[in-house]
Design a binder for this molecule. Structure first.
Ligand code: C5P
Length: 239
Protein backbone atom coordinates (compact mmCIF):
# COMPACT_ATOMS: atom_id res chain seq x y z
CA UNK A 1 0.00 0.00 0.00
CA UNK A 2 1.30 3.50 -0.86
CA UNK A 3 1.74 5.99 1.98
CA UNK A 4 -1.01 8.21 0.59
CA UNK A 5 -3.50 5.32 0.68
CA UNK A 6 -3.05 4.99 4.44
CA UNK A 7 -4.28 8.51 5.14
CA UNK A 8 -7.98 8.80 6.00
CA UNK A 9 -9.02 12.46 5.97
CA UNK A 10 -11.75 13.29 8.50
CA UNK A 11 -14.27 15.50 6.69
CA UNK A 12 -15.50 17.08 9.92
CA UNK A 13 -17.40 19.96 8.30
CA UNK A 14 -21.07 20.93 8.20
CA UNK A 15 -21.73 21.53 4.56
CA UNK A 16 -21.58 19.70 1.27
CA UNK A 17 -19.70 22.63 -0.27
CA UNK A 18 -16.88 22.58 2.30
CA UNK A 19 -16.58 18.81 2.04
CA UNK A 20 -16.49 18.77 -1.75
CA UNK A 21 -13.90 21.56 -1.82
CA UNK A 22 -11.65 19.49 0.50
CA UNK A 23 -12.12 16.36 -1.59
CA UNK A 24 -11.26 18.19 -4.82
CA UNK A 25 -8.22 19.78 -3.22
CA UNK A 26 -6.85 16.70 -1.45
CA UNK A 27 -7.79 13.77 -3.63
CA UNK A 28 -4.19 13.33 -4.83
CA UNK A 29 -2.84 13.39 -1.27
CA UNK A 30 -5.07 11.10 0.79
CA UNK A 31 -6.49 7.64 0.18
CA UNK A 32 -9.83 7.73 1.98
CA UNK A 33 -12.33 10.40 3.07
CA UNK A 34 -14.17 9.85 6.36
CA UNK A 35 -17.77 11.02 6.55
CA UNK A 36 -18.98 10.98 10.14
CA UNK A 37 -22.30 11.78 11.71
CA UNK A 38 -21.80 15.54 11.46
CA UNK A 39 -21.46 15.70 7.68
CA UNK A 40 -23.71 12.70 6.94
CA UNK A 41 -26.56 14.21 8.91
CA UNK A 42 -26.14 17.74 7.61
CA UNK A 43 -25.42 17.07 3.94
CA UNK A 44 -27.47 13.86 3.64
CA UNK A 45 -26.49 10.39 2.45
CA UNK A 46 -25.97 11.64 -1.09
CA UNK A 47 -22.66 13.12 0.04
CA UNK A 48 -21.25 9.58 0.01
CA UNK A 49 -22.10 9.23 -3.70
CA UNK A 50 -20.75 12.68 -4.45
CA UNK A 51 -17.36 11.99 -2.87
CA UNK A 52 -17.26 8.61 -4.59
CA UNK A 53 -18.08 10.21 -7.94
CA UNK A 54 -15.10 12.53 -7.49
CA UNK A 55 -12.89 9.45 -7.23
CA UNK A 56 -12.63 9.34 -3.43
CA UNK A 57 -12.96 6.18 -1.34
CA UNK A 58 -15.34 6.76 1.57
CA UNK A 59 -15.25 5.59 5.19
CA UNK A 60 -18.81 6.00 6.47
CA UNK A 61 -18.24 6.50 10.20
CA UNK A 62 -21.71 6.08 11.69
CA UNK A 63 -20.83 3.47 14.36
CA UNK A 64 -23.91 1.31 13.89
CA UNK A 65 -25.29 -0.31 17.06
CA UNK A 66 -28.76 -1.88 16.99
CA UNK A 67 -30.42 -5.30 16.71
CA UNK A 68 -28.71 -7.63 14.21
CA UNK A 69 -31.41 -7.37 11.55
CA UNK A 70 -31.40 -3.57 11.58
CA UNK A 71 -27.62 -3.32 11.44
CA UNK A 72 -27.53 -5.93 8.65
CA UNK A 73 -30.06 -3.94 6.63
CA UNK A 74 -28.23 -0.65 7.21
CA UNK A 75 -24.99 -2.38 6.20
CA UNK A 76 -26.61 -3.39 2.90
CA UNK A 77 -27.52 0.25 2.25
CA UNK A 78 -23.97 1.41 3.02
CA UNK A 79 -22.66 -1.30 0.71
CA UNK A 80 -24.95 -0.15 -2.11
CA UNK A 81 -23.56 3.36 -1.57
CA UNK A 82 -20.13 2.04 -2.48
CA UNK A 83 -18.64 2.66 0.97
CA UNK A 84 -15.03 1.59 1.12
CA UNK A 85 -15.28 1.18 4.92
CA UNK A 86 -17.97 1.48 7.57
CA UNK A 87 -18.09 0.66 11.27
CA UNK A 88 -20.26 -0.95 13.94
CA UNK A 89 -19.94 -1.11 17.74
CA UNK A 90 -18.47 -4.37 19.02
CA UNK A 91 -20.72 -3.87 22.05
CA UNK A 92 -23.64 -4.79 19.76
CA UNK A 93 -22.49 -8.39 20.11
CA UNK A 94 -21.33 -11.30 17.98
CA UNK A 95 -24.63 -11.87 16.22
CA UNK A 96 -24.92 -8.21 15.22
CA UNK A 97 -21.39 -8.16 13.82
CA UNK A 98 -21.92 -11.47 12.01
CA UNK A 99 -25.12 -10.15 10.43
CA UNK A 100 -23.38 -6.94 9.34
CA UNK A 101 -20.61 -8.95 7.67
CA UNK A 102 -22.93 -11.50 6.03
CA UNK A 103 -25.50 -9.02 4.72
CA UNK A 104 -22.87 -6.65 3.41
CA UNK A 105 -20.93 -9.32 1.53
CA UNK A 106 -24.13 -10.81 0.09
CA UNK A 107 -25.14 -7.36 -1.16
CA UNK A 108 -21.70 -6.72 -2.65
CA UNK A 109 -21.77 -10.08 -4.42
CA UNK A 110 -25.22 -9.27 -5.85
CA UNK A 111 -23.92 -5.96 -7.16
CA UNK A 112 -20.62 -7.35 -8.42
CA UNK A 113 -18.58 -4.92 -6.31
CA UNK A 114 -15.94 -5.35 -3.61
CA UNK A 115 -17.45 -5.74 -0.13
CA UNK A 116 -16.66 -2.82 2.18
CA UNK A 117 -14.15 -3.26 4.97
CA UNK A 118 -16.27 -3.38 8.13
CA UNK A 119 -14.53 -2.14 11.26
CA UNK A 120 -15.45 -2.69 14.89
CA UNK A 121 -15.41 0.17 17.36
CA UNK A 122 -14.34 -1.33 20.70
CA UNK A 123 -14.12 0.89 23.79
CA UNK A 124 -14.41 4.54 22.77
CA UNK A 125 -11.19 6.35 23.67
CA UNK A 126 -13.26 8.96 25.50
CA UNK A 127 -14.33 6.34 28.07
CA UNK A 128 -12.09 6.05 31.12
CA UNK A 129 -11.53 2.94 33.22
CA UNK A 130 -13.57 4.67 35.97
CA UNK A 131 -16.56 5.18 33.66
CA UNK A 132 -16.24 1.62 32.45
CA UNK A 133 -16.51 0.39 36.03
CA UNK A 134 -19.03 2.84 37.45
CA UNK A 135 -21.33 3.40 34.49
CA UNK A 136 -20.98 0.29 32.36
CA UNK A 137 -20.34 -2.07 35.26
CA UNK A 138 -17.24 -3.67 33.70
CA UNK A 139 -14.95 -3.63 36.70
CA UNK A 140 -12.91 -6.78 36.47
CA UNK A 141 -10.98 -5.87 33.36
CA UNK A 142 -8.50 -3.31 32.11
CA UNK A 143 -9.57 -1.27 29.07
CA UNK A 144 -6.77 -2.77 26.99
CA UNK A 145 -7.85 -6.33 27.78
CA UNK A 146 -11.45 -5.57 26.91
CA UNK A 147 -10.40 -3.92 23.65
CA UNK A 148 -8.38 -6.98 22.64
CA UNK A 149 -11.21 -9.36 23.56
CA UNK A 150 -13.66 -7.34 21.47
CA UNK A 151 -11.21 -7.11 18.56
CA UNK A 152 -10.91 -10.91 18.57
CA UNK A 153 -14.68 -11.27 18.75
CA UNK A 154 -15.03 -8.90 15.79
CA UNK A 155 -12.55 -10.95 13.81
CA UNK A 156 -14.33 -14.22 14.67
CA UNK A 157 -17.60 -12.62 13.59
CA UNK A 158 -16.25 -11.90 10.13
CA UNK A 159 -15.32 -8.22 10.41
CA UNK A 160 -12.16 -7.06 8.70
CA UNK A 161 -10.66 -4.76 11.30
CA UNK A 162 -11.02 -2.28 14.15
CA UNK A 163 -10.80 1.42 14.88
CA UNK A 164 -8.65 1.87 17.97
CA UNK A 165 -6.41 4.28 19.82
CA UNK A 166 -2.70 4.24 18.95
CA UNK A 167 -2.04 2.74 22.41
CA UNK A 168 -3.94 -0.40 21.40
CA UNK A 169 -2.30 -1.08 18.04
CA UNK A 170 0.40 -3.42 19.31
CA UNK A 171 -1.76 -5.73 21.48
CA UNK A 172 -4.45 -5.93 18.78
CA UNK A 173 -1.91 -6.71 16.08
CA UNK A 174 -0.43 -9.43 18.31
CA UNK A 175 -3.83 -10.96 19.01
CA UNK A 176 -5.44 -10.65 15.58
CA UNK A 177 -2.54 -11.22 13.18
CA UNK A 178 -1.21 -9.40 10.14
CA UNK A 179 -4.31 -9.35 7.94
CA UNK A 180 -6.70 -7.70 10.38
CA UNK A 181 -6.93 -4.00 9.49
CA UNK A 182 -6.15 -1.44 12.17
CA UNK A 183 -7.39 2.11 11.75
CA UNK A 184 -6.26 4.70 14.27
CA UNK A 185 -7.13 8.34 15.01
CA UNK A 186 -5.24 10.53 17.52
CA UNK A 187 -2.49 11.16 14.97
CA UNK A 188 -0.39 14.29 15.24
CA UNK A 189 2.78 15.02 13.29
CA UNK A 190 5.42 16.75 15.42
CA UNK A 191 4.77 20.07 13.65
CA UNK A 192 1.01 20.22 14.35
CA UNK A 193 -1.09 21.27 17.36
CA UNK A 194 -2.50 18.54 19.60
CA UNK A 195 -5.92 20.31 19.79
CA UNK A 196 -8.15 18.28 22.13
CA UNK A 197 -6.39 14.96 21.44
CA UNK A 198 -4.57 13.73 24.55
CA UNK A 199 -2.67 10.56 23.84
CA UNK A 200 -1.21 11.24 20.45
CA UNK A 201 1.11 9.43 18.12
CA UNK A 202 2.96 10.61 15.04
CA UNK A 203 2.07 9.08 11.67
CA UNK A 204 5.42 7.31 11.58
CA UNK A 205 5.01 5.84 15.09
CA UNK A 206 1.52 4.57 14.22
CA UNK A 207 2.87 2.93 11.06
CA UNK A 208 5.80 1.37 12.90
CA UNK A 209 3.47 -0.02 15.55
CA UNK A 210 1.40 -1.72 12.89
CA UNK A 211 -1.47 0.58 11.92
CA UNK A 212 -2.86 0.16 8.39
CA UNK A 213 -4.78 3.44 8.17
CA UNK A 214 -4.54 6.75 10.05
CA UNK A 215 -7.51 9.04 10.53
CA UNK A 216 -6.27 12.62 10.36
CA UNK A 217 -8.40 15.75 10.42
CA UNK A 218 -7.25 19.10 11.75
CA UNK A 219 -3.49 18.74 11.09
CA UNK A 220 -4.39 18.73 7.38
CA UNK A 221 -7.71 20.59 7.17
CA UNK A 222 -6.66 23.50 9.38
CA UNK A 223 -3.16 23.83 7.95
CA UNK A 224 -2.37 27.01 6.00
CA UNK A 225 -1.68 24.80 3.01
CA UNK A 226 -3.56 21.47 3.37
CA UNK A 227 -1.86 19.84 0.36
CA UNK A 228 1.56 20.70 1.73
CA UNK A 229 0.59 19.34 5.17
CA UNK A 230 -0.65 16.08 3.63
CA UNK A 231 2.54 15.81 1.57
CA UNK A 232 4.65 16.23 4.70
CA UNK A 233 2.75 13.33 6.29
CA UNK A 234 3.29 11.20 3.17
CA UNK A 235 7.02 12.04 3.28
CA UNK A 236 7.16 11.06 6.96
CA UNK A 237 5.47 7.73 6.23
CA UNK A 238 7.79 7.02 3.32
CA UNK A 239 10.99 8.05 5.12
O1 C5P B 1 -8.94 16.52 13.73
P1 C5P B 1 -8.51 15.19 14.25
O2 C5P B 1 -7.29 14.65 13.55
O3 C5P B 1 -8.40 15.13 15.75
O4 C5P B 1 -9.71 14.21 13.82
C1 C5P B 1 -9.77 12.89 14.25
C2 C5P B 1 -11.01 12.23 13.74
O5 C5P B 1 -11.05 10.92 14.29
C3 C5P B 1 -12.33 12.90 14.14
O6 C5P B 1 -13.26 12.67 13.09
C4 C5P B 1 -12.73 12.15 15.39
O7 C5P B 1 -14.11 12.13 15.57
C5 C5P B 1 -12.21 10.75 15.07
N1 C5P B 1 -11.96 9.94 16.25
C6 C5P B 1 -11.06 10.33 17.23
N2 C5P B 1 -10.87 9.53 18.32
C7 C5P B 1 -11.53 8.39 18.46
C8 C5P B 1 -12.43 7.99 17.49
C9 C5P B 1 -12.62 8.80 16.38
O8 C5P B 1 -10.43 11.36 17.14
N3 C5P B 1 -11.29 7.65 19.48
Amino acid sequence: MQAKDRIVLALDVDTREEAIALVKQLTGYVGVFKIGMQLFNSAGPNIVHQVHDLGGKVFVDLKLHDIPNTVGSAGKVLTRMNSFMFNVHAAGGREMMRKAAQDSSAEALKMGIDAPLILAVTVLTSISEKELAEEMFVSDMKVEDLVVKWALMAQESGLGGVVCSPQEIVPIRQACGPDFKIVTPGIRPLWSAANDQKRITTPRQALDQGADYMVIGRPIVQAKNPCEAAQMIIDELEA
